[in-house]
Ligand binder design. Structure first.
Ligand code: DAK
Length: 258
């Protein structure tokens, strides 16, 4: 792949968008490579994925404006579908995901970060949906995910004004979960990923599915979703191992994802 790299450190995967000449902007090749990289992740081994942009200047500076500038209506819709399908694949990946956002996360970059489960930002991070200044709407789920993450009023203000949000404000409005100096961002993301990877994978994945699926339905149905996922954890080796260890007042054996 030219623009997307995947590497693993133990049970943690690192997915890097690497197109520095265009501040990691997403053209169709980058999006297709991201799609292929997600398909290739070994779900038996990898227990958490960090998504980042190469370099310190940009996480991703948006969809590729050069490529979009001449699209027809039909091509624009097809480009939107390509991105939406891949971002949805990322959002529903059974494995937890952390966006490590250093620098600009604009347009499609902000949308990519919002498709991850957790966002950690550098002190230099800048978020925003500048699309209305370019004569378009966000096209990779930004209107939907931003409203769900920070509430409709705040989301509409940011979408209508195309205002950029720096890291401290992003933290205050809940767009990101923590802010770190540039130099420590990846270490902190790795620490969090390893902590997640050290917990029982079946249970962690069930938490992700419960939150994601539960938010789409009313509370009565949502608790049913949780009940089913809760039930599915029983009789697993990891559940038996951890509960037996507790009762025997000893440390549980490492989790085996079974
Ligand atoms: N696309 C293409 N190239 C980009 C880019 C982008 N989004 N962002 C930056 N670059 C390129 C620049 O053109 C420049 O290339 P060269 O001139 O060196 O060849 C290089 O990256 C460095 O950028 P700058 O020279 O501009 O660097 P500065 O430090 O001066 O400024 C900046 C950094 C991030 C403030 C600036 O580059 C900037 O404003 N970039 C654009 C940010 C932006 O507006 N992003 C949102 C794009 S719109 C849809 C599907 C998807 C979308 C919408 C609809 N459907 C089809 C329904 C999504 C839309 C977007 O994401």
């Amino acid at each position: 792949m030219d623009f997307v790299q995947f590497s693993a450190q133990g049970n943690v995967g690192i997915l890097t968008i690497n197109r520095p000449a265009a501040l990691n902007a997403l053209n169709d090749q980058v999006i297709r490579e991201l799609d292929a990289a997600l398909d290739q992740i070994d779900r038996n081994v990898i227990r958490c994925v960090i998504v980042r942009g190469a370099g310190e200047k940009a996480f991703v500076a948006g969809a590729d404006i050069g490529q979009m500038s001449t699209l027809s209506k039909q091509e624009g819709q097809a480009f939107g579908k390509l991105g939406n399908d891949v971002f949805r694949k990322l959002e529903t990946l059974p494995i937890p995901t952390i966006a490590a956002v250093c620098g600009f996360a604009l347009g499609g970059g902000c949308e990519l970060a919002m498709s991850c489960d957790i966002r950690l930002a550098s002190e230099t991070a800048v978020f925003g949906q500048p699309e209305v200044g370019l004569g378009i709407t966000p096209g990779f789920g930004g209107t939907q995910r931003m409203a769900r993450l920070i509430g409709p009023g705040r989301a509409k203000e940011l979408l209508y004004t195309a205002r950029k949000v720096k890291a401290p404000e992003a933290l205050a409005i809940g767009l990101v979960q923590a802010v770190y100096p540039v130099e420590t961002l990846m270490d902190e993301a790795m620490k969090m990923a390893q902590r997640i990877a050290g917990n029982a994978p079946i249970a962690v994945r069930a938490c992700k599915k419960a939150v994601n699926d539960g938010l789409q339905v009313d509370m009565d149905k949502a608790v049913e979703i949780e009940e089913a996922l809760f039930g599915s954890c029983f009789e697993t080796k990891d559940q038996r191992n951890a509960m037996t260890a507790f009762l025997e007042k000893r440390k549980a054996d490492p989790f085996v994802n079974e």
